[in-house]
Design a protein around this ligand. Structure first.
Ligand code: NAP
Ligand code: MG
Length: 403
């Protein structure tokens, strides 16, 4: 069989530890035999990041802007222990943070659902995708402990030097705490556009919620910006696609999410997204089954797994022990990127291949062949636990039948 051709290269960002091992296995077993794989390769493994003074991370983000689609392997975010382990020149920043800052994107996380693994909320039969606004609010706050007798005010000095003051609180008879938060119209607008684009892209409804009844200026600004951009730029496209933009209060949203059957995108402010994404991921069963895509307001896409480099498994692997690490989220990062590349380049065959590879993966698990993490969760009766590589080979067997 002739290999499926590609036009534009994918930006390939290699990574660290167990996921780096899985990365190569996926390419060797499931991609290179079937696709005439074209990638522009960037090694984001910590060793090479250190060697290039992290230049490679910046270059890979610029390449993503140029080509439009990237696929990324999980990478180590250095901490003190990694400084010695890898003899680092500096404690390099998180590559995800660097890439996100350059692309100005929003991260969308979606669970992969398979029969046999029932979410803790069993009515969630379709995925709930969480979009977290990753800028500002409490994550860029200024805060103080203040002493009894203090008077605290918000002071804003405009560009002409005019001051506006507003009382926060008079601390009479007790010490206390205060906090200053901010966000920008620019960042909120980018977030809104990324969300509307992704909803159109995946043909799903978009939900957004804040506490605008209490926060009449701050949260209300989020609500207004979303509403304005929707009306002016997206309403017609949403109507044509048969999807809906739905705004409600955050507490109402939580109640509706719990009662829902999934199948929509839930846009969250920074803190809500932090908390709710962990809640939703846990409820669906496994972090190893969670995909993640960074979408820029200009429509640039970077696909990855939501989990990390699975360090504990890597140390087992280095000792020569067999591992049973779940490759599904990393594999779906590849299929997401290939499908998008196919769509952008008008290569139906490439997008179809991505669909079939996902189908073969889900079929493998639903036929009872799975890695250890899923084996513990699955309610299937004739399930068997396989090692990292055997799983991918089992997927290949099923893929061959679909091609
Ligand atoms: P992790 O790699 O997500 O793994 C935490 C634990 O979750 C694993 O030890 C394993 O549990 C389970 N797990 C996660 N993914 C799995 C998979 N694919 N298959 C089977 N089990 C899986 O998080 P971490 O150990 O906290 O972080 C390791 C490194 O990853 C850190 O250096 C961190 O900086 C980095 N990280 C990178 C990203 C990214 O690049 N996007 C995200 C998060 C973390 P058991 O050990 O119980 O089997
Ligand atoms: Mg969190």
């Amino acid at each position: 069989m002739a290999k499926i051709p590609m036009k534009t290269p994918l930006v390939e960002m290699d990574g660290d530890e167990m996921t780096r091992i899985i990365w190569k296995m996926i390419k060797d077993i499931l991609l290179i035999p079937y696709v005439d794989l074209k990638t522009e390769y960037y090694d984001l493994g910590l060793e090479y990041r250190n060697k290039t003074n992290d230049r490679v991370t910046f270059d890979s983000a610029e390449a993503t802007k140029k080509y439009g689609v990237a696929v990324k392997c999980a990478t180590i975010t250095p901490n003190a222990a990694r400084m010695t382990e890898y003899d680092l020149k500096e404690m390099w920043k998180s590559p995800n943070g660097t890439i996100r800052a350059i692309l100005d994107g929003t991260v969308f996380r979606t669970p992969i659902i398979v029969k046999g693994i029932t979410p803790y909320i069993p009515t969630w039969t379709k995925p709930i995708t969480i979009a977290r606004h990753a800028y500002g609010d409490v994550y860029k706050n200024t805060e103080m402990q203040v002493a009894e007798g203090s008077k605290c005010e918000l002071v804003c000095t405009d560009k002409d030097g005019n001051e506006t003051r507003q009382l926060i609180h008079d601390f009479n008879g007790t010490d206390g705490i205060i906090q200053g938060l901010h966000n920008t119209d620019k960042s909120i607008s980018s977030f809104a556009r990324s969300c509307f684009n992704f909803a159109l892209d995946t043909k799903q409804d978009l939900w957004f919620a804040t506490k605008d009844t209490i926060s009449k200026k701050y949260d209300h600004r989020f609500k207004d910006i979303f509403a304005e951009i929707f009306e002016n730029e997206y309403k017609e496209k949403f109507d044509a696609a048969g999807i809906e933009y739905f705004y409600t209060l955050i507490d109402d949203a939580v109640a509706r999410v719990v009662r829902s059957d999934g199948g929509y995108i839930w846009a969250c402010k920074n803190y809500d997204g932090d908390v709710m994404s962990d809640m939703v991921a846990t409820a669906y069963g496994s972090l190893a089954m969670m995909t993640s895509v960074l979408v820029s307001p200009e429509g640039v896409y970077e696909y990855e797994a939501a989990h990390g480099t699975v360090q504990r498994h890597y140390y087992k692997y280095l000792k020569g022990e067999t591992t049973s690490t779940n490759s599904v989220a990393t594999l779906f990062a590849w299929t997401g990127a290939l499908r998008k590349r196919g769509e952008l380049d008008g290569l139906t065959e490439l997008s179809d291949f991505a669909d079939k590879l996902e189908k073969a993966t889900i079929q493998t698990i639903e036929e009872g062949v799975m890695t250890g993490d899923l084996y513990l969760l699955s309610s299937l009766e004739n399930k068997q636990k396989v090692d990292t590589e055997t799983f991918l080979k089992e997927v290949a067997v099923r893929l061959e039948k679909l091609l």
